[in-house]
Design a protein around this ligand. Structure first.
Ligand code: ATR
Length: 278
């Protein structure tokens, strides 16, 4: 039985909206552990001092969220190769000798969430359409490639960002112009929205789904609202849908394991607890 008090948290700016404390504290209680997970509002100019503070305070580690995911890499003693390829970290694990190791579990979260909702899903069953070319897109794209995706169509309002991603990740990724997004859906097996469109307070994604096969899985990285206008339209025409909550919950699992020594489960009770905070 663990008897040491273990502390972790999330650094972001702003960070008050983060659901990570609710997730990790739910698991701490569920598994009968002794510890706590807190919110650390860290200004960009104080990031290095705050990260060094992990060592000084003896924290198990922390999550890193917007806007620190890229910058925080600089202060790591070691960065996991996948996170290195993603160019960003979302988790820091303090080693027994005090060294700080950086990881990125966002792509893991997306893949696990898809698997949970669609157990028969495979990355190589057909073309995958990814909308957006920001940080979330990067993590999801890399993870899909690692899962064996053979054809990815990448679209972004600012085409140059999609071109840069495709160039970096090589064969199998085709950039399609944003103006062609309707046609890009033809024959697709999976559609993923990683843009901010459809998020609470933003306008909804402007895309006609007519050409998307009804069998295609439609997923969104957004979790507020739980069902974005895109997912609602997809569901009404008969497509299977996957919302962004699973990605949020599953990305937290490897971090919790690293800090608290238990690989936690995503249970209906956890989902309900987090949905109640949305
Ligand atoms: P994240 O880290 O969540 O991916 P981000 O890096 O800020 O966030 O990326 C936001 C994504 O939403 C980008 O792909 C952005 O497109 P641009 O590169 O053209 O900015 C996309 N996005 C934001 N507003 C959009 C809009 N009105 N229409 C289409 N895409 C939009």
């Amino acid at each position: 039985m663990q008897n040491q008090f273990i502390m972790a948290g999330v650094m972001g700016w702003p960070v008050a909206h983060s659901r990570s404390p609710a997730i990790h504290n739910h698991w701490i209680q569920h598994y009968g552990l002794t510890g706590a997970y807190g919110l650390f509002p860290v200004k960009p100019q104080e990031l290095e001092t705050a990260i060094r503070g992990l060592q000084a305070l003896g924290l198990a580690g922390c999550n890193i969220t917007i806007p620190h995911k890229v910058e925080a890499m600089k202060f790591m003693d070691w960065v996991d190769p996948l996170a290195q390829r993603m160019g960003a970290i979302n988790t820091i694990v303090r080693q027994p000798d005090g060294a700080l190791h950086g990881f990125n579990n966002d792509g893991f979260g997306y893949i696990q969430s898809l698997r949970e909702e669609q157990p028969t899903w495979r990355a190589d069953t057909g073309p995958i359409v990814i909308l957006g070319a920001g940080g979330a897109s990067r993590a999801i794209l890399l993870s899909l490639m690692d899962e064996g995706a053979t054809e990815v169509r990448l679209l972004n309002r600012t085409r140059s960002k999609a071109d840069a991603l495709a160039e970096e990740f090589g064969s199998g990724v085709t950039v399609v112009d944003w103006s062609e997004r309707q046609n890009a859906l033809s024959g697709a097996a999976l559609l993923i929205n990683t843009t901010s469109q459809g998020m609470h307070g933003q306008s909804s994604l402007d895309i006609d789904l007519a050409q998307l096969p009804i069998s295609a899985v439609v997923s969104d990285a957004i979790y507020i609202p739980l069902e974005t206008p895109l997912l609602a339209r997809a569901r009404l025409r008969g497509n299977p849908t996957v919302n962004g909550l699973g990605m949020l919950l599953h990305q937290a699992r490897p971090a919790f394991q690293a800090w608290f020594g238990v690989m936690p489960e995503v249970t209906p009770a956890l989902r309900q607890a987090i949905i109640a905070t949305l």
